[in-house]
Design a protein around this ligand. Structure first.
Ligand SMILES: [Zn+2]
Ligand SMILES: [Zn+2]
Length: 602
């Protein structure tokens, strides 16, 4: 029955295909499950195994249902909980559990367990202090965000009385709410006071203020950086002004927190209709109605684990998708003047997260922005280009006519290594330039196509002077703080934050497509310097001005202060969160004094 498509097979047949069949005591068909499993365990080829791995997915073990232990061990319980149950608890819940246990143990047991309980409580308390209260004890290390993983590793350092250790941290405050940032800084100060050295790369204003010594590198990024702009103690902005340290790129203007200075856009009052999410039930959010203004820049704030991502990425995103497909099951209503709107107020959904844009190894910043074609046409139209009779297609390293014949336009050669990851060696024919020799002989304004792709966005803006359409596209990259990126940079080499801004730049470059869009973003300021946060706010302001709705999950107080409307979730993370603490304009939220976000607003 080769003609029958798989989906039309009966469940019984499907089961046989996967699990196999025995006929008269003889195994007639092994079943896909066993075949794949056998191949997976027997093959010596690393590549083949990773291919097979795509067919497998982890699932809870049927015997212990994920508890990892045998039934005898799981039968041992303290207060109705076995060790697997305890493992599933969040740090905060586990703390409560042991605290209670300690307080009402009979005297005889209390004496025996005193030391170990104190040690456990001490460690859990420590993890809560550095903002890890919402993490489950059995969370896999691979599921932790970068900031979380760093903080977990810090928590293993407690109790050890080492001194003379140098701790090097790379933005440990990423993803942390301001409240937890100050807790983390206290912990790091403890390390210092014990006689250790803490060196950290940071963008966070409070972290910089707290440092004993600051080294500011710059002044710009990329080519314009690499120098020491300032080294020394933190000094007040006034003092910095006197020493004429205040430059646009430095951090001084941004750290002073003068409210008049840190609002970069004109905030819009009211709303152009709103999104109603009735009775949201997801993760720690229990049956809560949300109303989110449309046509505005909306910030979703709250401590880590308070339910921000659950609400926006896990609930609103799929609901909005269904709404656009006009499915009845969409749990979302759009309101206009208090009544359900007749026409949808947005016609496109833009999810701008930190996931890679494409798996292609040939995708570059300039091709993503759709201006590579224009650049190629310039080269084809140049004098030497016309003399050689090259078409614009020749100037693509994806075309067989233009690319280096040895590496086929990759610039490197892939050497397959078994057991360790594949090795990329620079192509010995083009030395990483990706193009054939003939193509590299065509020059425009003194540069060939390879030189051109090596330009940063900022440099390219002056190089392509006069080519308005290219300039327009590149301008959006500069506006989103990507001026230091090279045109030919492979998009796979951009950081999560950079990728997100590249996506924003692309959306901006599309202009108003005649349709209004709803954009959902997840911490776009991650890894951004103060001056770039300002750029980003300007870019999002442009989206809002053309009628789009932008909803952003954020921790950055500067950013939140620039939103039109805030929804603060919490009050705590995990089971202690999932509620609306306060919502309104930043001024209203600040005035309310409720929650942990209010006090950090400008
Ligand atoms: Zn098991
Ligand atoms: Zn090559």
């Amino acid at each position: 029955p080769w003609e029958t498509p798989f989906r039309s097979l009966s469940p019984g047949i499907k089961k046989i295909l996967f699990s196999g069949e025995t006929y008269q005591g003889k195994n007639t068909w092994k079943g896909f499950n066993r075949i794949v499993a056998n191949l997976y365990h027997k093959t010596g080829s690393h590549d083949f195994r990773s291919e097979l791995g795509k067919l497998l997915s982890p699932s809870a073990c049927p015997q212990c249902s994920g508890g990892r232990l045998n039934p005898e061990m799981l039968a041992v319980k303290i207060r109705q909980k076995n060790i697997a149950d305890l493992h599933h608890l969040t740090v905060a819940r586990a703390y409560d559990f042991f605290k209670k246990l300690k307080s009402d143990l009979p005297a005889r047991f209390a004496e025996l367990s005193r030391e170990i309980l104190e040690e456990i409580l001490f460690r859990l308390d420590y993890m809560m202090r550095i903002g890890l209260d919402y993490i489950e004890l059995d969370r896999r290390a691979s599921d932790l965000s970068g900031g979380e993983a760093q903080r977990i590793r810090l928590s293993t350092q407690i109790g050890n009385k080492l001194k003379d250790v140098i701790y090097v941290l790379d933005e440990p405050t990423i993803g942390l709410h301001e409240r937890d940032t100050s807790r983390l800084l206290d912990v790091l100060s403890d390390f210092r006071d014990r006689g250790n050295t803490v060196i950290m790369v940071e963008h966070d204003g409070n972290a910089i203020k707290k440092a004993d010594y600051i080294i500011d590198l710059g002044p710009g990024a990329g080519e314009q950086g690499g120098n020491i702009s300032y080294a020394g103690k933190f000094i007040s902005p006034d003092q910095a002004q006197k020493k004429s340290l205040i430059t646009r790129a430095g951090f001084w203007p941004y750290i002073s927190r003068k409210s008049s200075r840190n609002i970069y856009r004109e905030r819009l009052p009211g709303s152009a209709g709103s999104l109603l999410l009735p009775g949201v039930n997801i993760h720690n959010i229990e049956n809560i109605d949300f109303e989110i203004p449309l046509g505005r820049l909306v910030g979703i704030s709250g401590v880590s684990g308070s339910g921000k991502s659950s609400l926006i990425m896990d609930y609103l995103a799929p609901a909005a998708e269904k709404y656009l497909e006009q499915k009845k099951s969409a749990k979302l209503v759009c309101l206009e003047n208090g009544k359900p709107s007749k026409t949808p107020p947005f016609l496109a959904l833009g999810l701008i997260d930190q996931s890679p844009v494409t798996a292609s190894r040939r995708s570059t910043v300039v091709s993503y922005m759709e201006c590579f074609d224009m650049i190629r046409r310039i080269f084809a139209a140049s004098r030497s280009g016309r003399e050689a009779g090259f078409s614009p297609g020749r100037f693509s390293f994806n075309s067989s006519a233009g690319q280096c014949p040895l590496c086929r336009g990759l610039g490197f050669r892939e050497i397959q290594m078994h057991f360790i990851s594949d090795l990329n060696l620079e192509c010995e024919s083009c030395h990483g330039k990706k193009y054939s020799r003939e193509v590299l002989q065509i020059y425009y304004r003194g540069k060939n196509i390879f030189d051109c792709l090596e330009l940063t966005v900022n440099e390219a803006l002056s190089f392509f002077n006069g080519h308005e359409r290219i300039i327009k596209k590149l301008f959006f990259l500069q506006q989103t703080g990507l001026g230091y990126v090279r045109l030919g940079m492979h998009t796979g080499n951009l950081s999560g934050g950079e990728l997100q801004r590249l996506k924003i730049a692309y959306e901006l470059s599309q202009g108003s497509r005649g349709v209004r869009s709803l954009y959902l973003m997840d911490e776009p300021t991650t890894g951004l310097h103060f001056s770039d946060v300002e750029c980003l706010i300007g870019a999002l302001d442009a989206l809002v001005k053309k009628g789009d709705s932008v909803i952003v999950i954020e921790h950055n107080p500067e950013f939140l202060s620039n939103c039109d409307y805030l929804i603060d979730l919490g009050p705590e993370g995990g089971a202690g969160g999932g509620k609306i603490v306060v919502c309104g304009t930043p001024d209203e939220v600040k005035k309310s004094g409720k929650g942990f976000t209010a006090e950090f607003l400008n």
